[in-house]
Design a protein around this ligand. Structure first.
Ligand SMILES: Cc1ncc(COP(=O)(O)O)c(C=O)c1O
Length: 529
């Protein structure tokens, strides 16, 4: 039994420490001798692998309690005595005790000492092995709604890919963003706005952000809206999800571009929409084909500035035709303007939103590409009738996004940093785009034909029809490159074989290296035919 005055002379005989690298002591109870061994982190290898001493002491004491070698109500040695006998600092012992106390294994009685708690917490449950998990998944699937099953069956929304470097599409360059400036504004915002930042932002978003954004969009994109029509979201994806649930009933036909953006497909399909693939040609989505296939569609999802993934721009004639169809059919148009900030040549065409006189266009934008992917800030510019329903639906799922990030972004835009950043990053991305173009020329001009390159952070590169883009993509992954196949963007059998190549998030050297590997992967895949 451990004694009340710390460690008795008898205890001391069996509470012992050896010299480095191991420390151990034994605590006798009911003729047993629990042993504490602490691995001191002396050598470099041990320093890397052994947990800190206080964690070791905590874990050993906890195990002794769970194994009932220390019983409820037993007194522990004082921290001073333990520290002395283990030749460790008293702070280390106190840290271990604090952890045990926080988890309910011990209790401290002022003036009496430290005791094993009268009521112990449940022992930790063992982690299920993978087989259990697989079983649990299939069992859970049985309890899903039809909507749940649809969600599960929908192909993965983003072409995330693993964190493979090089040539991944649609990723902004982390080295391009002025992170120090952002951090300074963040620190200033916290200092100046203090407690106000602890409150949740209004459900539609920070009023100042909506103000400055409305002015910015009018100036740079000719988007005509009042700040009240803007609702702040985490992303285009969140806006798509909310809109799909708000505007579609199960079975409602929806036009989607073919090939098109998987994220939109995910959200629209998961909400029950009946996806109607409408082909894209050199002028963008073919409105006549859409009219033939589903004249009564409820909604059309389009990327007019820079069609994803082909890169074509929707012609002005098609824009007008699309608006005319939406007005006649009383259908909604979702205009996803995800990367038009990065236009390298010529002026962008005015967005559909700016020429829509009947309130059928919902314009979506994102800062996750223009600034950085982890920011999670986007917005919807809504026809007035949709503002309240959209805000409600947003509240029902995620609520408003971070008050602090919105406040920082407002200042970033208001002080002119956003426009400067766009100007600078356009220049950097242009250099990267040109490097990609040149690398394709020198490594595999005979194997890849590039699509339009005026805008954005990616280009669609067409392969000879006989070469499978899935095989090339798999080969490239083996070389550490993430280049999604074009065929994954088709709902119907793919019309063309190709790859989606990104250049925004990759520096010039990595682009050149990546293209060499990719050229090799294409030849390998071609040879396997
Ligand atoms: C066409 C398109 N829209 C939207 C997005 C994503 O925007 P967010 O991250 O804000 O959902 C992407 C991402 O690659 C995209 O390709």
């Amino acid at each position: 039994m451990l004694t009340s005055g710390g460690i008795t002379s008898h205890d001391r005989a069996i509470v012992s420490s050896t010299t480095s690298p191991f420390l151990h002591f034994e605590m006798p109870r009911r003729n047993q001798s629990p042993l504490i061994i602490l691995h001191e982190r002396t050598g470099a290898e041990e320093a890397a692998s052994a947990p800190p001493l206080y964690r070791q002491l905590y874990a050993r004491l906890r195990d002794l309690i769970l194994e009932e070698q220390l019983g409820t109500g037993d007194r522990l040695p004082s921290s001073r005595a333990l520290a002395r006998d283990l030749s460790i600092s008293r702070t280390t012992v106190e840290l271990a005790f604090d952890q045990l106390l926080a988890e309910g294994f011990i209790e401290r009685r002022p003036g009496s000492g430290t005791f094993v708690a009268a009521i112990l917490p449940d022992p930790p449950r063992p982690l299920p092995d993978t087989d259990h998990l697989a079983l649990a998944e299939s069992e859970n699937e049985q309890g899903l709604s039809q909507q749940g099953h649809r969600l599960l069956a929908t192909p993965l929304m983003h072409e995330q890919g693993p964190a493979l470097p090089g040539l991944a599409p649609c990723r902004p360059g982390a080295d391009v963003f002025p992170i120090d400036l952002w951090n300074r504004i963040l620190a200033r915002t916290v200092r100046e706005q203090g407690h106000a930042l602890q409150h949740t932002a209004p459900p539609e978003g920070d009023p100042m952000l909506r103000d400055v954004l409305a002015a910015h969009l009018a100036r740079t994109r000719s988007v005509q809206c009042s700040p009240e029509q803007i609702v702040v979201t985490t992303s285009t994806q969140q806006a798509l999800d909310v809109l799909a649930r708000l505007l579609l009933d199960p079975g409602d036909p929806v036009w989607i571009e073919e090939p098109g953006y998987l994220g939109a497909r995910t959200a629209l399909h998961a909400a029950g929409g009946k996806l109607v693939p409408v082909p894209v040609d050199a002028e963008g989505i073919d409105i006549d084909a859409g009219r033939r296939r589903a004249p009564e569609a409820r909604l059309a999802y389009v990327t007019p500035s820079h069609q994803y993934p082909s890169g074509v721009t929707l012609s002005i004639a098609r824009r007008l035709d699309l608006l005319q169809w939406a007005t006649q059919a009383n259908a909604w148009i979702i205009e996803d303007d995800y990367d038009s900030e990065f236009r390298y040549t010529g002026r962008p065409l005015a967005p559909l939103q700016s020429i829509d006189s009947t309130g059928h266009v919902i314009y979506l934008g994102t800062f996750n590409k223009a600034l950085f992917a982890g920011l999670r800030l986007g917005y919807a510019v809504l026809p007035p009738v949709l503002v309240r329903p959209f805000t409600r639906a947003l509240e029902a799922s995620a609520g408003p996004v971070s008050t602090l990030q919105q406040a920082v972004l407002s200042i970033f835009i208001a002080d002119g940093h956003f426009v400067s950043h766009l100007r600078r990053s356009r220049e950097r991305y242009r250099v990267r785009r040109d490097a990609l173009l040149e690398a394709v020329e020198t490594t595999c001009a005979d194997l890849l034909r590039l699509g339009p390159l005026e805008t954005g952070l990616h280009v669609c590169a067409y392969l000879p029809d006989a070469v499978s883009d899935i095989a090339v993509s798999a080969q490239a992954a083996g070389a550490g490159l993430y280049v999604p196949p074009l065929s994954a963007c088709y709902l119907t059998p793919a019309q063309q074989s190709g790859l989606i190549l990104g250049y925004g998030g990759t520096d010039v050297e990595a682009i050149c290296q990546g293209m060499k590997h990719l050229a090799h992967a294409i030849r390998q895949a071609g040879r396997a035919l």
